[in-house]
Write a protein that binds this ligand. Structure first.
Ligand code: DAK
Length: 258
């Protein structure tokens, strides 16, 4: 499959990578690019040889936000009628974990799609922000909700109301991201994490991802009930039998993903 705005590859066994590739526009997210991202990620999600995905940009920009030049000519009704625009930014529907590997500008819709991923690894030069306020709009793909849940209200307010940018170390300190690594290392770190995910039982990985995501949507009681159901599903898997046997026999488990 060949794409115009993204590059797709497999940097390691079991790992699918989607690289945003509009460097001349700091990877601004136009509709065509987002359609390609979704198509490629759905293809990896449906590929039994892939256990985890990486979404990345380049060293200068993960993405500087939605494409302002494309939005400039659009009306409110155009935005409303654009097919599932928010769905384009929502990777929760993917059953396999997605790791954002970000560097440089991670702004607006770029920050929102990073936050829609399951984990974020950043280079030391990554800068996070929601500068929509400068354009007379507000975040529209999860910024007001996901950033607030990640950072708490006070800091999230400052970022969204005043366009305060957050550097990688601050983002780590405040719990927005998993890791910070030097520019020449962050991709290896992301691939390493993705490999660790891909080497596990994909049944257990999927059930875990689903349950963790529910923590954002359910009361504690509902979430605990959901977790218990997923636990019982995992307990009925062939991989549960193999995992426990392998531990007792002091050998490596051979997952069947069944
Ligand atoms: N859109 C289009 N082009 C962009 C862009 C963007 N977001 N960001 C940068 N570019 C382009 C620049 O126009 C420039 O192109 P040329 O002029 O060379 O043709 C090229 O990339 C290089 O940018 P700069 O010359 O500006 O580079 P600098 O290093 O000087 O500055 C910067 C970098 C990142 C500080 C600056 O480019 C900047 O402020 N960019 C805009 C950042 C921004 O405001 N991002 C938020 C966009 S709004 C929705 C859901 C979500 C969204 C919308 C709708 N719905 C559910 C309906 C999301 C909205 C957004 O993300």
């Amino acid at each position: 499959m060949s794409y115009e705005h993204i590059i797709v590859d497999r940097p390691a066994d079991g790992v699918g990578r989607v690289r945003l590739n509009r460097p001349e526009a700091l990877n601004a997210l136009n509709s065509a690019l987002m359609d390609e991202v979704n198509e490629a990620m759905l293809a990896f999600n449906g590929d039994a040889t892939i256990g985890a995905m990486i979404l990345t940009g380049n060293d200068k920009a993960f993405a500087a936000g939605a494409d302002i030049k494309e939005m400039d000519g659009k009306t409110q009704i155009d935005m409303l009628m654009t097919v599932s625009l928010v769905d384009r930014f929502d990777f929760k529907k993917l059953s396999k974990p997605v790791i954002a590997a970000v560097s440089g500008y991670t702004l607006g819709g770029g920050c929102e799609i990073a936050m829609a991923c399951d984990m974020i690894v950043a280079s030391e030069s990554a800068v996070f922000g929601q500068p929509e306020i400068n354009l007379g709009i507000i975040p529209g793909a999860g910024g007001t909700q996901r950033l607030t849940r990640a950072l708490g209200k006070a800091l999230a307010m400052e970022i969204m109301l005043t366009d305060r940018k957050l550097g990688a170390q601050d983002a780590l300190h405040h719990g927005l991201i998993n890791r910070v690594a030097p520019l020449d290392e962050y991709m290896n770190v992301a691939v390493g994490i993705a490999q660790k995910v891909a080497q596990r039982s994909q049944v257990a990985i999927r059930l875990t991802k689903e349950a963790v995501n529910k923590a954002y949507e359910m009361t504690l009681e509902e979430g605990l009930a959901y977790e218990r159901r997923n636990f019982l599903v995992a307990f009925g898997s062939e991989d549960k039998v193999e995992g426990m046997r392998a531990f007792i026999e002091k050998r490596r488990a051979e997952w069947k993903n069944r």
